[in-house]
Structures are given as C-alpha cells and as structure tokens.
Write a protein that binds this ligand. Structure first.
Ligand SMILES: Cc1cc2nc3c(=O)[nH]c(=O)nc-3n(C[C@H](O)[C@H](O)[C@H](O)COP(=O)(O)O)c2cc1C
Length: 188
C-alpha cells in the first residue's frame, strides 16, 4: 500500500473485532511513532500501551457512553505529553501537542497498512485513567487510540455512527480552510 492509498483507506470506523494484537504488530506501531518528526527531535509523546486485561479494563471503564463501541478494542494507546518536553516559542507556539499528533497520525497510517483500525477519541474520563495508570501530574492525556481489526458487530452504534461506518463524514469545501496567497482568499 502506498501513502496515498493509506490516506484514502484510513477511516475512524467503530465496528471492531476482538482478535488479539501480536507483539509484532504493537511493535510496528511503536516504531512508526518513534520515527516521527518532532521539534528539535524532542519526542515529547509518552504512550501507555493498554493491552493486558487489567490496564485495558481500566481504560475501557472510563469511556463515555457514546464511545461504548471502543469496549471491543484489542489494544488502546494512551497518548500523553507535557508542555515542558517540547519547544515553547513566542506567540503561543507550544509544540508538545503538535509533535505528539504527528506521531499519532503516522502511526494511524501504518495501522491502516497493516489492515487495522486505529481510531483516536477524546471522549473519556482522563483523571480516572491518569490515576489508575500512574500517569504523573503535568502530563496531558491527549487522546486514546483504539486499535483492532475491523469487525462486523454494529449493535453498539448510534444511527449517526452507523452512517459513518458506510461513508466518510463530509469535509468542508477546500476554500473554507485553504487560502490562496492571502488569508480569506479561498483556494480553488
Ligand atoms: C482528536 C479527535 C477526537 C475524536 N474523538 C472521537 C470520539 O470521542 N468518539 C468517536 O467516535 N470518534 C472520535 N473521533 C473520530 C472522528 O469523529 C473522525 O475522525 C471524523 O468523524 C472523520 O471521520 P474519518 O476519520 O473516518 O474520516 C475523534 C477524532 C480525533 C482526531
């Protein structure tokens, strides 16, 4: 699979199979994050890999109702970072979230190439997870990336989520986000 195809195929679908993930697969995803760029090569991401029953149960116990589908994840990457571990430049350019997001994005594409779903979420109780997984104060729990092979059980999904299984949610018109030479001049 080339990068273009991985970008097109990557989807945040929610029907997951509970087939376990091998060490080889987890290590591939970790290695992809390790090679990701970061400001000054600071590598600010810290990742708790929840795959053993105990840590998985802890993380799954903190999901919001709308994220019940993630109960079927075979592994969950708990992505953390803190402000002081990456560049802090003028004009609020604090790079820890940006560098960590890049690493997650690359990992998600590699997961796609491996035939996996890697679905990031923001809906969880961060404090509970941080306490139970011994994540130190000062770290932001940025996202949980739910990982597993695609499945067929859609019983936990809302109507909107069901629709999103079939079709990628629409994107804004290009000119809303992309400008030609000057802010506000829509790219077309
Ligand atoms: C930062 C972030 C937070 C997200 N939070 C959730 C979430 O809590 N629950 C969920 O089901 N999907 C969540 N998503 C997935 C998005 O809904 C999904 O990426 C978006 O609808 C576009 O769909 P696509 O990724 O399949 O193209 C999140 C994605 C990102 C990047």
């Amino acid at each position: 699979m080339d990068v273009k195809e991985a970008v097109q195929r990557r989807r945040a679908t929610r029907a997951l199979d509970q087939r376990p993930l091998t060490d080889d697969v987890i290590n591939e995803l970790i290695e992809t994050m390790r090679l990701s760029p970061s400001c000054n090569n600071n590598q600010p991401w810290r990742v708790v890999v929840a795959r053993d029953p105990s840590s998985l149960a802890t993380v799954k116990g903190s999901l919001t109702k709308g994220n019940s589908w993630a109960q079927r994840a075979a592994a969950i990457f708990v992505i953390c970072a803190r402000l002081d571990d990456d560049c802090k430049l003028a004009d609020h350019r604090d790079y820890f979230l940006f560098s960590s997001g890049l690493a997650v994005g690359e990992m998600m594409l590699r997961a796609t190439e491996l035939g996996l779903i890697a679905h990031p979420i923001a809906g969880y109780d961060a404090m509970t997870i941080k306490q139970n997984l011994a994540i130190p104060d000062g770290y932001v729990l940025i996202t949980l990336v739910n990982i597993g092979y695609p499945g067929t059980d859609v019983s936990m999904l809302s109507e909107k989520q069901l629709l999103s299984e079939k079709e990628r949610p629409p994107r804004k018109p290009v000119g809303k986000n992309f400008f030609n030479g000057r802010w506000g001049e829509p790219w077309s």
